[in-house]
Design a protein around this ligand. Sequence first.
Ligand SMILES: [Fe+2]
Ligand SMILES: [Fe+2]
Length: 201
Amino acid sequence: MEQNNSLTTLGLKLPSDPRWVNIAEMNLSDILIDHAFCEQKAATKCITLIVKYPDLDFLVDTLTPVVTEEWGHFQAVKKEMEKRGIKLTRKRKDEYVAQLGKCMRGGGSRYDQLMEDTLCFALIEARSAERFKLLSENISEESLKDFYHQLMISEALHYRNFIEIAEFYNPKEKVRARWEELLIQEAEIMRNLEVRKDRFH
Ligand SMILES: [Fe+2]
Ligand SMILES: [Fe+2]
């Protein structure tokens, strides 16, 4: 029930595979490494949007503090890694994000592109928030419960930020319709994605 409520709040159509938390916990170092890369990407993607749309004040003002937060998350994950003697590896392919990218439509107006960009990030934030929630509720290490709980709150707010930006520059009904389509595609990606022991998504 709790699970369904959180899915409804985030809009997601398919809960994560329940095996994922156990797999993640058994492979915590891999998951922390992959998570660190996710936070790096989150920060750099926000910067990319700010650079791409510098004249859009609402977008710039909303995302500037998000860059700082995402980099703070990276630092926090790095700290958890250091406590455990884990080092960052070379960057690796993110299959989930690569597949989401293929769902994005090209062309259209500049605001159409902005809608695609922001909804794609909203999906990643929503899925991340769902996974942090699962970790915070199920991981056995006490200090990590709170760590993941705080991240869940933060990523759920970022999800809202991206939806708000999409709706600020586009008609709400248009954003809602596209969001519904993308949620269905995201669920399909999750359904077919292999549950890997070394990936956050
Ligand atoms: Fe983050
Ligand atoms: Fe985020």
